[in-house]
Design a protein around this ligand. Structure first.
Ligand SMILES: Nc1nc2c(ncn2[C@@H]2O[C@H](COP(=O)(O)OP(=O)(O)OP(=O)(O)O)[C@@H](O)[C@H]2O)c(=O)[nH]1
Length: 264
């Protein structure tokens, strides 16, 4: 019997369909150096698609974007989600979020992208929303080296709110349009070194020109989706031996549906 939930999902926009596993930016600082989906996840998706069977829950992951004020977090999200760029700085007050829908390996998948305030005075509000993250994106401004040094502290604070090993971490340099090729190369060396210390994947983008922005978020979505499928399979396997509730509860971080879009 067809699962009724499958009929209630509107189709995903064609430019959000990801067929091949997206490539990393720099193989020296990447989370997964591979060309294809994890074989177990791929097989599970294929089987479900053939049987026209939905997953137990709509696949949804949470990505939290953190970093100093003015590094370009809001512009990054606005470029990807709305294809706009604003030259004027407007501080994020507390948090804000967008939801982007994708289709990966034939399965619908949603990514919540949380924009958090970089200003110190809003940090206590924003940090309450770090919880339940599957992806942490620590952002720095490539034209301000101090912001790269601060990413370590941002990451520590975001990880503190989450289960150990529950999050995939990205280190993202913004404003690449402001850099000369020489400056870019030198900064990339420093960032790659830090990324490997942080066990993060490094990317550099420009929200102004749009360089690498889609590629970056496709990569984030693919890694988050694959992790979600593997968590689901692991949960199912564990349930079948009778400990499902314990393991599943610790693996799952269901997004809080009560949360308002903008909070301060
Ligand atoms: N040249 C250039 N400027 C950028 C880029 N991204 C952001 N900016 C500028 O940087 C400033 C800060 O951008 P925001 O996205 O508001 O910064 P934020 O990190 O969200 O700041 P908070 O909300 O305070 O945490 C704005 O004036 C943007 O126009 C970029 O890729 N290139």
């Amino acid at each position: 019997m067809l699962d009724r939930r499958m009929h209630f999902c509107p189709p995903v926009s064609r430019d959000r369909v990801i067929s091949d596993f997206p490539k990393c930016y720099n193989p020296k600082a990447c989370l997964q150096e591979k060309d294809d989906w994890n074989s177990q996840a791929k097989m599970a998706c294929k089987e479900r698609a053939e049987r026209q069977q939905a997953w137990d829950r709509l696949k949804m992951s949470k990505a939290v974007v953190v970093g100093d004020l003015n590094v370009g977090k809001t512009c990054l999200i606005n470029r990807f989600c709305k294809d706009v760029f604003d030259r004027d700085y407007k501080a994020t007050i507390g948090v804000d979020f967008e939801i982007e829908r994708f289709e990966l390996s034939g399965i619908p998948f949603s990514l919540q992208i949380w924009d958090t305030a970089g200003q110190e005075k809003f940090k206590c509000i924003a940090s309450a929303y770090y919880r339940g993250a599957h992806v942490i994106i620590t952002v720095f401004d490539m034209s301000d080296i101090r912001t790269l040094e601060h990413t370590r502290q941002w990451l520590v604070e975001a990880l503190r709110e989450n289960e150990p090993n529950a999050c995939s971490v990205f280190l993202l340099g913004t404003k690449s349009d402001l850099m000369s090729p020489e400056m870019r190369a030198s900064l990339e060396r420093d960032a790659v070194k830090l990324a490997s210390e942080l066990q993060a994947e490094f990317w550099m983008v420009s929200s102004k020109t749009g360089e690498n922005v889609n590629e970056f978020f496709f990569r984030v979505a693919a890694i988050a989706f694959e992790d979600a499928i593997l968590r689901d399979l692991e949960g199912t396997a564990t349930q079948s031996i009778g400990q499902g509730d314990i393991i599943r509860a610790s693996l799952e971080t269901t997004p809080n549906k009560e949360v308002k879009k903008t909070c301060c």
